[in-house]
Design a protein around this ligand. Structure first.
Ligand code: ZN
Length: 201
């Protein structure tokens, strides 16, 4: 009897050693990738015990934290950006945007957006804009797009931010210029440098 108890004690100590723990972890990992391992995990997850454990895990702070980080990584990844763009262009996406704009949250969003826009243009004075336009005419002889260097026809001029406001640009004189409508559209949220690189490359 005593001998058996000794063996049990010994086994307990054996299981607690870091090397054995590590080895058991590795073995469990290997097992979880085998066919019967996958099958067993699947049936455990569908059992009441497994469902309960999973619910507890989903509510745990460590899951929420790791999930948030993973979502952030995915959001900024090329795949995430492409998926979002694809969804926005799809019919479901367009309908969802329309629904959101009509909802109370969407309306609030629009108000905040407008407020932010006004905040961004608050240091943009008429005198400054006039100076940008006058200097452009002085430099080129006629109102000319600073990007494609072509004269701009009447009403097709756009005040352009070399570094867009959304990219951290400001309304200073040095950041402003005049561009034609098509260049302004093509440049979009890119900086001047990025846009020129895009054209040459
Ligand atoms: Zn242009």
């Amino acid at each position: 009897m005593a001998k058996i108890r000794d063996r049990k004690e010994y086994f307990k100590i054996y299981l607690q050693s870091p090397i054995v723990k590590q080895k058991r972890r590795e073995a469990a990992k290997r097992y979880s990738h085998t066919l019967w391992g996958i099958e067993k995990i699947k049936s455990y997850r569908q059992s009441p015990e497994g469902i309960r454990k999973n619910e507890l895990y989903l509510q745990s702070p460590e899951f929420k934290k790791s999930h948030k980080e993973a979502m952030k990584r995915y959001y900024n990844s090329p795949k995430g950006i492409a998926t979002r763009r694809c969804y926005k262009q799809s019919l479901t996406g367009k309908l969802a945007v329309k629904r959101y704009k009509q909802s109370s949250g969407g309306k609030l969003h629009a108000i905040v957006d407008g407020f932010n826009r006004r905040l961004k243009t608050k240091d943009l004075t008429v005198e400054k804009i006039q100076m940008v336009y006058e200097d452009n005419i002085k430099k080129y002889g006629t109102l000319t797009c600073y990007l494609c260097k072509l004269p701009i026809s009447f009403g097709k001029d756009n005040l352009e931010h070399k570094i867009p406001l959304c990219r951290g640009g400001n309304n200073d004189y040095n950041n402003l210029s005049v561009a034609c409508q098509s260049c302004n559209c093509k440049k979009h949220h890119r900086t001047e440098e990025e846009y020129r690189k895009c054209l040459s490359g």
